[in-house]
Design a protein around this ligand. Structure first.
Ligand SMILES: CSC[C@@H](O)[C@@H](O)C(=O)COP(=O)(O)O
Length: 336
């Protein structure tokens, strides 16, 4: 199937001497671009969520290494700085390890450009493949709920979970799309809805707290989400709120699908308990659009990821295929 109509947004663009990033902090109000001329600017953009989403972070970091090599920066320092920009999404470490291996093998600037481009191109190809694989699991006429933003903005293009939704809509399988707003940063409300509106895919936003009620209504047959790190036993870290969606889905007999490229699989991490969960500034919770919404003096706890146990996952879709009810044995068989 040709998904071209749904495959137009490119948020991470290499421009020969700099990296252009669509500033995700300013969407949906403004399509503003940031030009990063060095690795420090890329690291800053990752930390500040100007570029976000596990695969997109890895791709941006790879280009950051290219910029560092071109500018004669200390590559060990640059690799360490980029690696520390965000802790949970393993795609960041995976992409930097690929770049580091090329440097260790004596790569010149042109070879590093080729490696970063390969990381980006492979991600796009993986997303298109996962779109087809995931959509095939969805019975015609189904409704789906997604969480956070897993689309073109979060990847090289097309998306992971949102790629499956794009493919499922294109194939006429998905009849209803719901997106959770994804408090506190509102990736679902601000970014996923922006992508869906741009693609002309009818979708409804829900408050995160409406998800169990939606499932009980029978309107959705699948919850489809992305991932930031998948441990060797299939436990999956993703945007905060994913875990409670998985619990509610199991309770209501709704399928729970995780869609992620193999670059999100971390076989060196045995289980979810070993995944570092990023804690961000409480201000993200205490403020809305820069305006304080909570009594002065109040405090907040702001973990931005949680871990869904493998036992709650019905299907794990990667570009290598579909694993139903993933566990340590099936993960080992697929990812060794
Ligand atoms: C294809 S994106 C998969 C995940 O990275 C996504 O669901 C997510 O949790 C993004 O978190 P974010 O904090 O916005 O970077």
């Amino acid at each position: 199937m040709d998904y071209a109509r749904y495959d137009r947004i490119r948020a991470v663009q290499w421009r020969d001497d700099h990296l252009r990033l669509l500033d995700q902090r300013r969407l949906p109000f403004e399509e503003a671009w940031i030009d990063c001329a060095d690795a420090a600017a890329v690291a800053q953009a990752i930390r500040d969520l100007a570029v976000r989403g596990a695969p997109a972070i890895g791709i941006a970091a790879a280009w950051g290494v290219v910029l560092a090599m071109r500018r004669g920066a200390d590559l060990d320092v640059v690799l360490a700085t980029l690696r520390a920009a965000r802790p949970t999404a393993v795609n960041l470490m995976w992409a930097l390890d690929r770049m580091k291996a090329r440097i260790a093998a004596g790569a010149d600037a042109a070879a590093l450009v080729a490696e970063a481009q390969a990381i980006q191109d492979e991600d796009l190809a993986a997303n298109r493949r996962m779109g087809a694989l995931g959509a095939a699991l969805i019975a015609p006429g189904s409704g789906v709920l997604t969480h956070c933003n897993t689309g073109s903005l979060a990847t090289a293009g097309f998306g992971t979970a949102l790629g499956v939704i794009r493919a499922g809509v294109a194939e006429g399988r998905i009849a209803r799309v719901y997106a959770g707003e994804t408090r506190p940063w509102l990736q679902g409300a601000r970014l996923t809805m922006w992508e869906l509106v741009r693609d002309g895919i009818p979708a409804r936003l829900i408050a995160d707290s409406a998800a169990a009620h939606l499932m009980k209504s029978g309107a959705v047959q699948w919850v489809i989400v992305g991932a930031d790190r998948i441990a060797a036993n299939g436990d999956t870290a993703n945007k905060i709120g994913t875990y409670q969606l998985a619990i509610a889905a199991r309770h209501h007999g709704v399928g729970f699908m995780v869609v992620a490229p193999s670059s999100t699989v971390d076989m060196a991490t045995p289980g979810g308990d070993a995944i570092e969960i990023e804690l961000r500034d409480p201000a993200e919770l205490l403020e809305v659009a820069g305006r304080r919404m909570v009594a002065e003096g109040a405090q907040a706890w702001n973990p931005v990821f949680d871990v869904t146990p493998a036992a709650l996952i019905d299907a794990l879709v990667t570009e290598r295929g579909v694993i139903e009810r993933p566990d340590a044995a099936s993960m080992r068989a697929a990812f060794g």
